[in-house]
Design a protein around this ligand. Structure first.
Ligand code: DX5
Ligand code: ZN
Length: 219
């Protein structure tokens, strides 16, 4: 089990301090939400955030959740910035482009992830499964932190696990959106391995305490 805190809802003017605190509490990967104001109705970070992150925290993984329909510009930019893992959205581009950018990530030794929105049938994964290092199932509609975990999600996680097992691919399933102590357990029981948590970690008072609590719950 891995917890990947999303820094979206951390205090953007205090990021270094917050990342340090979470790292000291045992976090080894951060989830960096990239929003382009077009594929999703919000704006967040750019490549410089990632290069600064990797300079300050070289041994901590930067996982890029790319919520953009401009992969041609942005995938190379985030690879260049030092991303350890890049997750592209199935809904954001043609299947040909999905294949192209997964191949690009593999060729550049960056872990490749595919993200599915809550309404996208998980069966689409069959077309790309051989190229994936991780699957990200959205458990909210992307765009904002602090939303409610969609109740139907555990069913989708189970289906995805079955599909991966059938394909002989033992890769992590990550969940993103509305993850807290209760929903993390539901997702874990359904077969999830990686848990993105934004507000739960950064908007509940004490970061160290929140990381410890979630770590304990997922043990
Ligand atoms: C939503 C983002 C999430 C978000 C999670 O579009 O992809 O990563 O920051 O935030 P919480 O944990 O608050 O739902
Ligand atoms: Zn995300």
């Amino acid at each position: 089990m891995l917890i990947a805190p999303s820094i979206l809802n951390a205090n953007n003017l205090d990021l270094k301090k917050d990342i340090k605190e979470a790292t000291a509490a045992g976090i080894t990967r951060f989830h960096i939400d990239i929003m382009d104001g077009h594929f999703v109705p919000n704006l967040s970070f750019g490549p410089q955030m990632v290069s600064d992150f990797k300079r300050e925290f070289p041994t901590t993984e930067a996982e890029i959740h790319l919520m953009s329909d401009k992969p041609d510009v942005l995938v190379p930019a985030f690879v260049k910035a030092g991303a350890d893992l890049v997750e592209i959205h199935y809904e954001a581009m043609s299947e040909e482009k999905v294949n192209h950018w997964l191949d690009y990530l593999i060729a550049n030794n960056v872990k490749a992830g595919l993200v599915l929105n809550p309404d996208t049938p998980v069966s689409v994964l069959n077309k790309f499964v051989s190229k994936l290092d991780q699957v990200l199932l959205m458990t909210v509609y992307p765009g904002f932190g602090g939303q409610k975990f969609i109740a139907d999600s555990p069913k989708r996680i189970k289906k995805t696990r079955q599909l991966l097992t059938k394909a002989g691919k033992d890769i992590p399933i990550e969940v993103d959106g509305g993850v807290n102590g209760q929903t993390a357990m539901l997702a874990k029981d359904a077969g999830a391995d990686v848990f993105v948590a934004g507000s739960y970690i950064f908007k509940n008072g004490n970061i160290t305490e929140q990381v410890k609590k979630l770590t304990e719950i997922l043990r």
